[in-house]
Ligand binder design. Sequence first.
Ligand SMILES: C[S@@+](CC[C@H](N)C(=O)[O-])C[C@H]1O[C@@H](n2cnc3c(N)ncnc32)[C@H](O)[C@@H]1O
Length: 388
Amino acid sequence: MVPVAPGMMEKLKYKERELSLRRFPLREKEPLRAWDAADEHLLKFLDDEPCAAGSRVLIFNDAFGALAVALNELRPQVWSDSFLARLGLAHNLEANGLAAQSVPFVAADGVPEGPFDLVLLKLPKSLAFWEDTLLRLRPLLAPEARIVTGGMIKHSPARAYELLESILGPTRTGQGWRKSRLAFTAFPADGAGISSQSTNLPDAAYTLDGDDLLLNNGPNVFSRDHLDLGTRFLLPHLPRTDVPMEVVDLGSGNGVLGLVLARQCVRAKIVGLDESYQAVACARKNARAAGLDETRIRFQVEGGLQGLPAASFDLVVCNPPFHQAQAVGDQIAWGMFHQSRRILKPGGRLLIVSNRHLGYHVKLKRLFGNCAVVASNRKFVVLQATVS
Ligand SMILES: C[S@@+](CC[C@H](N)C(=O)[O-])C[C@H]1O[C@@H](n2cnc3c(N)ncnc32)[C@H](O)[C@@H]1O
């Protein structure tokens, strides 16, 4: 992701137009662009080889709507697992004089309405999510559909192209352009020669050590096939009490923190929030399997805590994300800490785990005026900040 000079709002130039595009969550001094060279590469390709009138177009994993805004006249559908991408899409359409509803957004746990003649795919970070998407895409393709995949070369593993080839059809990669690459897949008219695998990847599942809590994980769910080491380090430090309390599991993933908390704090009411549709679907499934109904714990798709009232929670637990798609950074975590402070009651606590080297205790101390180290080892630290 190319940084932009702070204060400069760079615009994407496309067909005599200059498109204003912003990343989500919105930040005043956003140093990163809302698009990458792979988006521009895809647009350049379509300029050279436009699609036929009346083609049905699908765009997968459009980060903040750059492709859908630029290609609005093709009436594309957008398919994505990110609520922040959905917010970005709606905002950026309107910012460029287009109706937010002009591009239907289909969440990754749903199915877009095909058949599609042209599919533009941006490579996601997770290969399991990529494989699942390609399997689910196959029945949605028109005969001889054109499938073009864009990615930054450093984030494009060979396995991603192998999956294209084995699931959708013969694939060739083009020349690199500004560190991005496109791949072109020819979907056969009759699907011949393409492996007949099932139409999606099954959930991966594991149970916690010494516990029967079953955690199902969809293809795009964080730490899909094992308990994350940071989460493992935080679990013994979650409260165990019968005092009533209102809790948020922020960035809940498969729901593990909230579910463990619900079982050991029997009078707690918990809300789990995640920006991934697949994560929320899995967390709900995991809560049902654990026999916990919505009066105890409910999961919701959200991009942070904006929707929650101020000074109304006793505890926020969080294993904060340290990247947004392929862009690494602590900006999302920093936003989460700010929002947590707003929704916590006086005396309320934010309890997080993080990699030691990220130095979050400095940030938390600055924000809350205090920060206690609850536990630490060579790699992780559990920190607690309290609203005074
Ligand atoms: C490090 S994972 C932790 C998941 C889970 N709590 C665990 O411990 O296994 C961070 C989670 O935050 C989610 N996330 C990222 N940005 C978010 C945002 N702005 N709002 C809500 N969730 C977000 C990601 O989808 C991911 O599931």
